[in-house]
Design a binder for this molecule. Structure first.
Ligand code: ATP
Ligand code: MG
Length: 240
């Protein structure tokens, strides 16, 4: 479904991604881990066309996401993204935050958008908060509105960049439960997270990235119990 081929990206003199190759099949959950600055966020941003690659290609099925004539908005409809920083519109209710894209990008009627938004809010456990403004919601609830907003576009793939790292443990759990629900539904996901319980339970594969390169990739048991590389072992030791 998602194919990353020899992707390179530099900022100035700093090579942030150095020849990344990765394939994610439909229904797979790819968890990305690695030290700070290893290029995890940059990689997600490239997949979503928020950042342009220097060379290499990223394909979603047959669509070359990285091609100059591919419309970034079309990419972002099919590849939803949830960030660490909850970026809701403060002056809009939860429901309006979700309907906005449906109206503008998908051309839904007001009524269609409302129905869709309410069903997505229900999916993330927020049916009764549709009329609340972001300031009236907890961090975990805001993050779930962000997830509902991305899901409303009916994406092929969902990207998560440390969706719980700004949250208290209790609020993190609400968000992780929603993510687990998506895993159970068979959603294709690429997730950057420090939540090793999610990685252990939810990941099809874990990719360990360091200094812009994939050091090791495999099923969770391999990376946790039996890493092939010393570097991987050290990393998992350090976050235990
Ligand atoms: P963290 O775990 O801290 O979130 P990360 O693995 O997500 O780290 P990235 O955010 O991808 O790392 O950053 C990789 C490197 O690229 C860092 O050294 C960062 O300073 C640099 N970088 C990222 N974005 C930019 C930018 N827009 N301009 C310049 N340098 C950048
Ligand atoms: Mg990051």
């Amino acid at each position: 479904l998602l194919r990353i081929e020899d992707v390179w990206k530099s900022y100035g003199d700093e090579e942030v991604l150095r020849g990344i190759d990765l394939e994610v099949d439909r229904g797979d959950v790819e968890v990305l881990v690695g030290p700070s600055g290893s290029g995890k966020s940059t990689m997600l941003r490239c997949i979503n066309r928020l950042t342009e690659v220097d060379s290499g290609h990223i394909y979603l099925d047959d669509l070359d996401v990285t091609a100059a004539d591919t419309n970034p908005d079309a990419v972002r409809q099919q590849i939803g993204m949830v960030f660490q920083d909850i970026n809701l519109f403060a002056h809009l209710t939860a429901r309006k935050n979700v309907t906005l894209g449906l109206r503008k990008v998908r051309g839904f009627s007001k009524e269609q958008a409302r129905q869709r938004a309410d069903s997505e809010l229900e999916r993330v456990g927020l049916a009764d908060q549709a009329d609340s403004y972001p300031a009236q919601l907890s961090g975990g609830q805001k993050q779930r509105v962000g997830i509902a907003r991305a899901l409303a576009m009916d994406p092929e793939v969902m990207l998560f960049d440390e969706p719980t790292s700004a949250l208290d443990p209790e609020l993190s759990n609400e968000v992780l439960e929603v993510m687990q629900g998506l895993v159970a539904e068979g959603m294709t996901m690429v997730v950057v997270t420090h939540e090793m319980r999610f990685a252990r339970g939810g990941a099809s594969r874990i990719t360990f990235l360091a200094e812009g390169e994939i050091v090791e990739r495999g099923p969770p048991e391999q990376l946790f119990e039996n890493p092939t590389h010393e570097r991987t072992a050290q990393f998992f030791e350090s976050i235990r």
